[in-house]
Design a protein around this ligand. Structure first.
Ligand code: NAD
Length: 282
């Protein structure tokens, strides 16, 4: 008979208010599943109402109609809008426990040259650069300020920043190339994506130290190579760059997310956790 408290019980965020930016997207949905698995309350922020509705429907269908979940249509580059969300959450729950800075412009360049994000470096428009930085870095900064202030007052909280393998290494542009197209029509992963994903690791390290004595842990997760209906040729080329020999599925991060935000990892702060099938060590 086990009398000791079991370590497995630490995989719990029971009753905790957990904000996820970009909650209507591919990974945001799975982060919400991690929170529900830990009995927490997911609070999904996204600019797209229809994406949020879709994720809410899916979560209710999988976890039950009576789950507690909040959705807010909000632009995370708008500080006032974030403060309104914060005030609503404080009125309802009196606390905010977890922030997952997940939203970023994530151009699917493997879709081909029709994709607007895929523009050769020398012509990459400053407007697009500014927009990508605004969502991926300024949005993360503002959310950390607005929700982090509550965590400072509580003297407890967890911030989890979502980076990428491209926060550690450069994109291998060869996987995005299309046979038969001249160089000036080839699509590339935009420079802003690399800069945002590297920058988010810098934000993590800064805040981990800044908040070390405030009971707030701050870490980065680097997911990689997500399978999302890409063409067979692309999947093959990318899989060849990964020691595990395949792309990843969104479900494969759920347990890591729950581990990082829960009390399983009380001594982890400032860390970069890499789940990339080994790509960055090859
Ligand atoms: N998909 C991948 O292959 C992959 C790989 C590594 C890392 N990542 C990272 O994971 C995170 C999530 O990626 P994803 O694939 O789920 O992307 P996604 O595009 O499916 O989701 C991003 C969500 O952010 C929302 N969003 C955009 N701008 C916003 C704003 N101003 N305010 C609020 N919400 C906004 C979008 O509407 C979208 O629902 C990103 O940070 C991405 O860089 C993704």
């Amino acid at each position: 008979m086990i009398t000791k408290k079991r370590y497995i019980d630490k995989f719990s965020v029971k009753g905790q208010v957990c904000v996820i930016t970009g909650g209507g997207g591919l990974l945001g949905w799975k982060h919400a599943e991690a929170i529900l698995e830990g009995d927490g309350i997911p609070v999904l922020l996204d600019i797209s109402q229809s994406s949020l509705d879709k994720v809410e429907r899916a979560l209710k269908s999988d976890y039950g109609l009576d789950i507690e979940i909040k959705i807010f249509v909000v632009d995370i580059t708008d500080r006032n809008a974030l403060e309104q969300v914060r005030d609503i959450l404080l009125r309802e729950y009196g606390r905010i426990d977890v922030l997952i800075n997940n939203a970023a412009n994530n151009p699917k360049v493997e879709g081909g040259s029709k994709n607007l994000g895929a523009i050769q470096f020398v012509n990459f428009p400053v407007g697009m650069w500014n927009q990508d930085i605004a969502v991926g870095l300024t949005g993360a900064l503002l959310c950390s300020q607005v929700f982090g202030e509550v965590m400072e007052r509580q003297h407890s909280g967890v911030v989890l920043n979502i980076s990428s393998d491209y926060g550690l290494i450069s994109p291998d542009q060869r996987v995005y190339r299309k046979d038969g197209l001249p160089d000036n029509q080839q699509v590339v992963k935009p420079v802003s994506y690399s800069v945002v994903k590297h920058g988010i690791i810098g934000l993590t390290k800064y805040l981990a130290v800044y908040w070390a004595d405030k009971g707030i842990r701050v870490n980065t997760l680097c997911p990689a190579s997500l399978h999302n209906g890409q063409e067979e040729d692309f999947v093959k080329k990318l899989s060849n760059l990964v020691p595990l020999g395949r792309m990843s599925e969104p479900e494969e991060y759920v347990c890591t997310i729950l581990y990082m935000i829960s009390n399983c990892a009380p001594y982890m702060t400032g860390a970069t956790v890499v789940c990339d099938g080994g790509r960055t060590v090859w």
